[in-house]
Design a protein around this ligand. Structure first.
Ligand SMILES: NC(=O)c1ccc[n+]([C@@H]2O[C@H](COP(=O)([O-])OP(=O)(O)OC[C@H]3O[C@@H](n4cnc5c(N)ncnc54)[C@H](O)[C@@H]3O)[C@@H](O)[C@H]2O)c1
Length: 261
């Protein structure tokens, strides 16, 4: 399993979860210190880990790290997790263009780069999977998180399209949809929705959700009920279900109320 943004937060909890389950984990991040402590924690438990510095906006680096991991695993990539992401909250007009671009570059560009570079390895591994970190912000555009929200709508589209397109290569593509999670990402933010909904999920909740989503390979979930999107936590499940059945005006009104705009 190869994961980006693994040094902290959801990525770290997920790396530890898969390592504990016996996976050889490839953990990549821009944060070398965080990676070193993660590697120490995993190897102390007798599990296998390969780490490397990776900025997901650098496609050449992505290609190199994936080739290195392929060599370390003996030519197998069961799961790619595109996790690295950033969130900048606040009024849209207060953020300079560089900030908006950076958010798109990392959150969308990083997923495209990882998925593209991993393709040869996913293709040669039977039943390979790609997990993208989407968000409940892709259910309805979020005030004060407009560009972040837009980046997650893009991740949603990529996931849905590639899940259809790559069926012929036996590659499954799925997205995780957590609501706000307690991590460095949300530590200092205060928006209408973080205040009204709270920040309740833990990184472990999301790691457990990712693990569960990737392990269910039954015919029912793979073929008949083919599930692409995995909300994490009850509020996210209710919101994504509600948005599918409520009329557009009501969905907007609920989101307006939650965002306190
Ligand atoms: N925290 C939340 O509320 C929440 C909710 C839904 C979805 N998500 C998504 O989950 C993912 C992980 O979020 P988190 O809460 O763990 O964030 P976090 O800030 O705690 O950790 C993000 C990790 O990504 C790394 N990173 C940042 N930019 C990078 C880059 N350019 N290249 C490689 N690594 C980079 C950081 O160094 C850090 O280790 C993100 O995609 C985020 O959008 C988070």
């Amino acid at each position: 399993m190869f994961i980006t943004g693994a040094a902290a937060g959801i990525g770290r909890a997920t790396a530890l979860k898969f390592a504990a389950a016996g996976y050889h984990v490839g953990a990549y991040d821009i944060d070398e210190t965080g990676l070193a402590s993660l590697a120490k924690e995993i190897t102390a438990k007798g599990a296998k880990v390969t780490t490397g510095v990776l900025n997901v906006t650098d496609h050449e680096q992505m290609v190199t790290r994936l080739a290195e991991f392929d060599e370390a695993t003996g030519g197998r990539l069961d799961i790619l997790i595109n996790n690295a992401g950033i969130l900048v909250a606040g009024p849209f007009e207060d953020m300079p263009i560089e900030v908006h671009r950076r958010e798109i570059d990392i959150n969308v560009g990083g997923v495209i780069s990882g998925t593209l570079a991993a393709f040869p390895y996913l293709k040669k591994t039977r039943g390979a999977q790609v997990v993208n970190l989407c968000s409940a912000s892709a259910i309805y555009g979020q005030a004060e998180l407009a560009t972040y929200s837009a980046s997650k709508f893009a991740v949603r589209g990529l996931t849905e399209a590639l899940d259809l397109e790559w069926k012929r290569h036996d590659i499954r593509v799925l997205a995780m949809w957590p609501l706000f999670v307690q991590s460095a990402m949300t530590a200092n933010i205060s928006t209408g929705t973080t205040n009204s909904l709270g920040i309740k999920l833990t990184t472990q909740d999301v790691a457990d959700g990712i693990f569960k989503a990737t392990q269910d390979r039954s015919k029912l979930t793979q073929d008949l009920l083919h599930k692409v999107h995995f909300p994490v936590g009850t509020p996210s499940k209710l919101m994504s279900l509600g948005s599918r059945f409520s009329p557009a005006w009501l969905t907007r009104r609920v989101n307006k109320r939650l965002a306190n705009t």
